[in-house]
Each structure stands twice: as structure tokens, then as C-alpha cells.
Design a protein around this ligand. Sequence first.
Ligand SMILES: Cc1cc2nc3c(=O)[nH]c(=O)nc-3n(C[C@H](O)[C@H](O)[C@H](O)COP(=O)(O)OP(=O)(O)OC[C@H]3O[C@@H](n4cnc5c(N)ncnc54)[C@H](O)[C@@H]3O)c2cc1C
Ligand code: FES
Length: 287
Amino acid sequence: MTEVAVRREPVQVRGEVLTRRRVGAYHLIEIAAGGIAERFRSGQFVALSVGGPVSALVLRRSFAVYRATPVGAYSGTVQIVVGVHGRGTEWLAGVKPGEPLDVVGPLGTPFRLPATPAGTLLVGGGYGSAPLFSLADALQARECRVDFLLGAGTHDRIFGELEAKRTAGAVTVTTDDGSYGRKGTVADALPDEIERTGAQAVYACGPMPMLRAVGAVAGSYGLPCQVAVEESMACGIGVCMTCVLPVVGEDGVTRMSRSCVDGPVFDHERVRWADVGTVPADALGAL
Ligand SMILES: Cc1cc2nc3c(=O)[nH]c(=O)nc-3n(C[C@H](O)[C@H](O)[C@H](O)COP(=O)(O)OP(=O)(O)OC[C@H]3O[C@@H](n4cnc5c(N)ncnc54)[C@H](O)[C@@H]3O)c2cc1C
Ligand code: FES
């Protein structure tokens, strides 16, 4: 049988909002975007035009893909989870079914999956939990055990607890204020969860300080940890260098890697966390 190659390069499509609904503090938006869903692998993201056709909000906004459904009545849909932050996300929180939405994707590098079945712990912070569910599917398809550790500042900012309970093994929830679940951050709870689940690999997505802390704990147990970073992005396609962060290559040399095309998924141990936001003097090409 001839194997049909899957086309992976990103496409720009005129999508359409299918549904938008509130989920806790977030908005879950489903977009008909044929061409993107079938190219998608977990960890990748989409970049949306915001504000409508005559908007002054020129730059696209990036969102991790929560779910991608390649086939169906709308020839491919993607779902994103939006937290309101500034003018662009405020506009997205008000979109209505039937509205057009210009979408570019899938962008960036996906999570890498274990070659053989392994115990995996998926750690999400706030809406950062969203991309972990398609990852869980991919891991389970490879017969990996999947456990979740989900955290947020407050209860309404936890995303996906019920879905995690339906699909995975152990699920632990933390809130910074103790309003729900275990009090503290996911990094505080991580040692117990690693020991309880016997995880062999950790995947994390959420705010940068959380990723730094989670990776440090995973590293102290000798576990590999992949993180999906969220650096501010302007172009999203590798042109403007807005999203760079210092990453050590296999050759030991630090380069300013673009998180939109070289990431957003990186091995935690390769990111120079203490130098994020700077250009270290020893980075290749730094003055
Ligand atoms: C890979 C990735 C995945 C993400 N996933 C999600 C998600 O799943 N859910 C979610 O709610 N949010 C997600 N975000 C964050 C989301 O992109 C921002 O919250 C959103 O861009 C805010 O837009 P705004 O107009 O509301 O905010 P504003 O702060 O008003 O505008 C942000 C805009 O400023 C631009 N910008 C920021 N810094 C710079 C700079 N230094 N130079 C030039 N331009 C700059 C940004 O590109 C963006 O266009 C993700 C971000 C990334 C990078
Ligand atoms: S956002 Fe422009 S290079 Fe990454």
C-alpha cells in the first residue's frame, strides 16, 4: 500500500467561528479552519488576526491548539482556549458563531513522543493545560501512561480537570490560594506526584516562571522535561526575532532561538532560564 505523505507546512485560511462558550475564566472557541487540523501535531499553535477586517490591531495573536479535528461537517476544526489579557483577546472573547476569522497554522514545533511506552506526567498552568489534552491522546496511542497535574492561581482558572479525570490516570489539582485542590503551585506538588506516579518523563505548559520551576524539579529527579514556552510574539513565523530566548545546542553553544519556529517546545535543560529576556555575551553572534 502506498503511504500518503502528510503535509505539515502551515497554511493561512479564512476560517469561521463555529462556537464560543465560557469555561471557567476562559473562552473556548471552535473554528472551522480546513487544512490546519490535518497538519497539526500536539504542541503546535495558531496565529489569529484579531479586531475584524479594518482593525488597527495589526499583529496576529498566538494560541495553543487545544483540539484539532481533521474531518467532519466543517472539513477540519481547531479549538482554542482564550484568557482575556488585552485588546486582542478581549475582541476574541466577543466573537460570534458565523464570524470569519483569519487563521495561520499550525505553527511551531510539536512535543516529541517517547519511542517506547513510558509513564508521563503532564503539568499545566492555567490555560496552559489546553495543549496537553491532544498530547495525552498521542501518548496514549503509544501506550504511555498519562497522569495530570493541573494548577492555577484560583479555582476558576483551572482548565480541563474533568476531561483529565475522564481520560487519564491520576489527576491532581493545585491552586495558589488554596481555594480548590492542594494549596500551592504545581512545582510544590510535583515531587509527590513524580513519586506517586513513577513518571519517567514530564511535559509542561504554562507561564514561564512555572516552566522554569517544574523543569528544575523534574531535573532533580533525573527526568527529561519538555516545555512549551510562551514568549511574546509579533510575527509568529520566524522573521522579526521578537520571541527569542537563549537555548544551548547539542554542541554546547548558546543561540538566540526563535520560540515561534525553533519552539515553542524545548527541552527544559537546554533553556538558559536565568538569562531569558537578555542576550548573554557568550551567545553565538552576540556583540
Ligand atoms: C505559543 C503561544 C501560545 C499561546 N497560547 C495561548 C492560549 O492557549 N490561550 C491564551 O489565552 N493565550 C495564549 N497565548 C498568549 C496570547 O498570545 C496573548 O495573551 C495574546 O497575544 C494577548 O493579546 P492581547 O491583544 O489581548 O494583549 P496585548 O498585550 O494588548 O497585545 C499583545 C500583542 O503585543 C505583541 N507584543 C508583545 N510583546 C511584543 C514585543 N516585545 N514586540 C512586539 N510586539 C509585541 C504581541 O505579539 C501581541 O500581538 C499564547 C502565546 C504564545 C506565544
Ligand atoms: S515572533 Fe517573529 S521571529 Fe518569532
